[in-house]
Design a protein around this ligand. Structure first.
Ligand code: CDP
Length: 234
């Protein structure tokens, strides 16, 4: 018999998404993105002179992402400061965003992106990428497009999009497979694909298709949030 999602959502149904641009006045660019109870904020500073000087690249500016899951964002207080997990997520976020950026006009500089997770209920790296992408656009960094990100995966044998934390701990049947993806706007170019668990090839394609559909929704939400900000400012 087919299983039901613990959250009660349809298998192709993401949580309620929300986005806002311009939330941190002192940053050069900032944005918030949420999937249900997962809330990420991103602040962009730069391009600014990179120190120490030996790290500078005279050909281009560099992107430096720092992802942080705040202590109070999870049920068991998280020890403050960096961890292996936060370093991995910072790095994959950098790789997910770099393909849309053009930093060649800013040699010897760095663009710093700070991502803070205020509340975590799974999908924090994907919410962080969505927020960071909008914050970079808000900062006026030259970009060829936005990056849209969501996690897809499998609960037992059923492909499901945007799992929450309870679903990430699903233990029935084949258990849970988690596959965060990121892609460039409405294109077929993927900039992130991670896989935790197992998935057969035909379900992999189903999962990507499901993720694509939600990424298109995210793209609209991001563009609307950016538009709304410019209308308020005008
Ligand atoms: O958040 P994301 O799904 O991108 O990454 P994850 O490493 O698969 O973490 C899944 C979830 O586990 C997080 O979103 C949190 O809800 C939870 N978590 C936690 O409760 N305490 C931690 N120290 C790390 C993660």
């Amino acid at each position: 018999m087919a299983i039901k999602r613990p959250s009660g959502r349809g298998f192709d149904e993401a949580r309620k998404m929300d986005a806002k641009v311009g939330i941190i006045p002192n940053a050069d660019g900032s944005a918030m993105f949420s999937f249900g109870d997962t809330i990420a904020i991103a602040a962009v500073y730069g391009p600014r002179q990179l120190h120490p000087q030996h790290m500078q690249n005279p050909q281009t500016g560099i992107l430096r992402v720092n992802y942080d899951l705040l202590s109070f964002s999870v049920a068991d207080r998280k020890k403050p400061g960096p961890s292996r997990r936060s370093q991995e997520i910072s790095k994959v976020t950098e790789w997910a965003l770099l393909p849309v950026l053009n930093l060649e006009g800013f040699p010897n500089t760095v663009v710093d992106v700070q991502i803070y997770i205020l509340q975590a209920d799974a999908g924090t790296r994907t919410a962080g990428i969505n927020a960071a992408s909008m914050a970079l656009a808000h900062a006026g960094i030259p970009m060829k497009n936005l990056v849209c990100s969501v996690a897809v995966g499998k609960l037992d044998t059923e492909v499901a999009v945007d799992p929450d934390n309870a679903e990430e701990h699903f233990e029935g049947g084949e258990g849970h497979t988690d596959m965060p993806i990121a892609k460039i706007g409405n294109t077929d170019e993927f900039t992130l694909l991670q896989l935790d668990g197992k998935i057969p090839p035909e379900k992999f394609t189903d999962a990507l298709n499901m993720g694509n559909k939600v990424c298109s929704e995210i793209y609209e939400i991001q563009k609307n949030a950016l538009k709304k900000f410019t209308e308020v400012e005008a």
